[in-house]
Design a protein around this ligand. Structure first.
Ligand SMILES: C[S@@+](CC[C@H](N)C(=O)[O-])C[C@H]1O[C@@H](n2cnc3c(N)ncnc32)[C@H](O)[C@@H]1O
Length: 298
């Protein structure tokens, strides 16, 4: 029997991981609102697709969709279509796989009357075992840290092998994940950061967003807590209430650069580039995101 000396109950690690990959994606409208200004990566993925389409056209290796100027793209963890829809607008055919019905429902609502909507195919599924045929895509993309939701190395390896399976020979895999920052990961886990006042895009509630996080160096998982508290009635400095209105758990497994290169090689893919912040520069101080391109040999 638990006694007071045992302290508060410790969260179940499996439950934290389960919530860490779903909590943040249950309110899809709020997700879109929070990342409405996150656009710098979209240009990079559009450029990759354009480059591959041009290569396939000049080499004469193009598939049916090349005739329309587009290629066949699979987006892993496509969510609400932040990246998938611009790619479809460029003429590409995009298969958008995600495991969260809430995210795919919003994607479906966005494409129903969209001029490029017919080129987006939402698929409910897990990126570690995809219900998709082999050698089907010219390009697979994994934008905005989706791979950081694969918490065990076995899941990561399964996903990379799935990518190799569904790529056509000569096809490319473009991805981005955060560059682990040990200084940030080990911040005080209690202090609140990124305090932001906002109005919920659907309910109209006045809320305050804030976060803190705890890093587990053994599993390499960073457990981020996103707090949504009622905004104070009168303007004053935010003081976290004892009981938050809602806590969203977001778990991100850190992927170190050498691990990423090992996963690529282990899946039989060849690394083409591995740079920082969607530019050509090396990974190093000041870099938040690592972006990599790998290719399936012909
Ligand atoms: C950060 S969001 C990225 C969404 C979209 N790619 C974007 O850039 O806005 C991560 C997405 O990956 C999805 N996801 C996480 N783990 C997954 C898995 N194992 N299989 C399929 N989708 C997954 C989540 O449901 C979520 O929609």
């Amino acid at each position: 029997m638990a006694t007071q000396a045992d302290g508060p109950p410790r969260p179940d690690p499996d439950d934290l991981l389960r919530r860490g990959t779903s909590d943040h994606y249950e309110d899809a409208e709020l997700y879109d609102f929070e990342y409405r200004d996150h656009r710098h990566d979209i240009a990079w993925y559009r450029n990759q697709a354009r480059r591959i389409a041009a290569t396939l056209t000049t080499s004469g290796l193009g598939t049916g969709s090349i005739a329309t100027g587009g290629i066949d793209i699979l987006e892993l963890g496509a969510g609400t279509g932040r990246v998938a829809i611009p790619l479809a607008e460029d003429g590409h055919r995009v298969t958008a796989i995600d495991r969260m019905p809430s995210m795919l429902e919003l994607l479906a609502a966005k494409i129903v009357d969209h001029r490029a909507g017919a080129r987006v195919e939402p698929v409910l599924g897990d990126i570690c075992a995809m219900p998709l045929p082999a050698a089907r895509f010219d390009l697979v993309i994994a934008p905005f840290n989706v791979l950081m939701h694969l918490y065990r190395w076995q899941d990561l390896l399964a996903c990379f092998r799935e990518v190799a399976r569904v790529l056509r020979p000569g096809g490319s895999f473009a991805l981005d994940v955060l560059l682990p920052d040990i200084e940030w990961l080990t911040w005080d886990p209690v202090e609140r950061h990124s305090v932001t006042y906002f109005t919920h895009p659907v309910t109209g509630a006045s809320l305050v967003y804030s976060t803190n996080h705890t890093y587990d160096p053994s599993t390499q998982v960073c457990h981020v807590r996103i707090y949504y508290d009622d905004a104070p009635k009168r303007p004053r400095a935010f003081k976290p209430p004892p009981e938050p209105r809602r806590i969203v758990h977001l778990a991100h497994r850190q992927i170190f650069p050498e691990e990423l290169r090992l996963l690529i090689a282990s899946a039989g893919l060849e690394l083409e580039s591995h740079t920082g912040n969607f530019r050509s520069g090396a990974l190093g101080p000041g870099v938040d995101a690592q972006s990599a391109i790998a290719r399936k040999p012909r």
